[in-house]
Every structure is written in C-alpha cells, then in structure tokens.
Design a protein around this ligand. Structure first.
Ligand code: SAM
Length: 221
C-alpha cells in the first residue's frame, strides 16, 4: 500500500508567508542548492542592513547562485554594494559532497554558465564580481576589508578551519561572518570552527543560529 506524503507548502509560498517584502528574493527559489527559507531571508537581511557606504560581501562556495542571489538582492538598493563570488565551478568538494556535486552538475553542463545565467535572471549580475578559483589560492593576495563573509565552500574540518583563518581576519569591526552547515550530521568542519574559533573568542559577538547557519559579528574595538 502506498503511504501518503505529508502535505507541505512549497518554498515560494513559505517565503511569501514570511512577508511580501521577501518577494525580492523569489528568484532564489528556482535555483538548485541548499538553503532553507529562513537562511535565505537571513542572508538577504544581513546584506540589506550593512551600514557601510560601499559594502563588500564575499561568498565562498556559490554552486549555482542560490545564496548569491539572496546576498546580491540585499545589496542592490545600495548602488555601490559589491558581491565577490569565489568558487572553482568544477564541482570540487569535500569527500562527503563530491558524488552529490558531480551527479547534480552532470545535468547542467557548465556550472559557471548556469551560475551567471541565474544572476542575470535575478537582475543582479552587474554587482557581482565572479572569481573562479579555490578560496585558499585567492586568499593569498586578498587585501580588502569585508563587511559580510559567507563561508559555504569545502566543509571538511581542515578546509573549514583554513577558510575561517584565511578570510575572517579581513572582516571589518562591526562586520559579519556567516557559516553554513554549522549544524549538520555529516559535515563537521563548520561546527568545529564555531566551537574552536568563534565560541572562545570574545571578539565575536551577537552570535545566533538560523537553521543550520551560524552568524556572528566582529565587535567594534
Ligand atoms: C554547498 S555548495 C555551495 C552552495 C551555495 N552557497 C548555495 O547556497 O547554493 C559548496 C560549493 O563550494 C565549492 N567549493 C568547494 N571547495 C572550494 C574551495 N576550496 N574554494 C571555493 N569553493 C569551493 C563547491 O564547488 C560548491 O560549488
């Protein structure tokens, strides 16, 4: 006998029920990726509320642009906001994710092309600076202060720690770091960063969790 699936609201309806203002990020709902409605809203709201006149958001691990669209839509009203998207766009990943990435990438052809098309469809392509490559390579020459850093790349323990150490030092006082999958049954890297780097360090304040996402603000000195 077939068991009935429990009835659930679709993602678009869930988003609009949170408030009509979130129709700004509706395009995110049709992009492949891993982001709950509340996580998407959190990224959008954080980017939208950045106080700096020319805010810079850096995203590590973009896949097909689901989270990028939320961040970019938040920056859009600011005129001078910029989102830097770092990803090799070749389905590289930690061992726990590789097969899943390869499987899902096979059906789309070029990940970079799909990513850019998704940004164009959402009307945010012009404020995104795409850096194709590995975060550890691009970190070497990075100099700019970051207002919001979103870490969602390689989730292994070593890589998550390395990304946090390489990039969080560039977050300006008052700026934010956000880690995805900080509560996850398989990926332990982001959780260990929270436990070992953020929790013991009093310079990370206003900590909170939204679904699997962890948010902290760097205290102003
Ligand atoms: C979980 S997905 C990102 C999901 C995306 N943020 C979203 O919301 O849909 C992880 C991405 O990180 C990329 N990645 C893996 N290792 C990386 C590295 N060392 N540097 C930058 N990106 C990396 C993967 O190729 C993949 O596109």
């Amino acid at each position: 006998m077939q068991t009935k699936k429990p009835w659930r609201l679709g993602t678009r309806a869930q988003l609009l029920l949170r408030g009509l203002r979130y129709s700004r990020i509706l395009p995110y709902t049709s992009i492949d990726g891993w982001l709950t409605v509340d996580e998407a809203i959190t990224l959008y709201e954080l980017a939208r509320a950045l106080p700096h006149e020319r805010p810079l958001v850096v995203e590590i691990g973009c896949w097909q642009g689901k989270s990028s669209v939320c961040l970019a839509r938040g920056l859009q009203p600011k005129n001078h906001g910029r989102l830097c998207c770092i990803d090799p766009f070749d389905a590289t990943g930690d061992t726990a994710s590789q097969d899943l990435y390869a499987d899902r990438a096979r059906s789309v052809g070029s990940l970079r092309e799909v990513f850019e098309q998704n940004l164009r469809d959402a009307g945010v392509h012009d404020l995104v600076d795409v850096r194709q490559g590995l975060s550890q390579d691009l970190a070497r020459d990075w100099r700019e202060p970051i207002d919001l850093l979103f870490l969602d790349g390689d989730h292994s323990d070593e890589a998550a720690r390395r990304d946090f150490d390489d990039w969080s030092k560039h977050v300006r006082p008052g700026g934010f770091v956000v880690l995805h999958d900080a509560v996850h049954p398989v990926h332990t890297g982001p959780r260990r960063v929270v436990e070992q780097r953020i929790t013991p360090d009093p310079s990370w304040v206003d900590r909170r969790q939204v679904d699997s996402m962890f948010v902290a603000r760097k205290a102003c000195q």
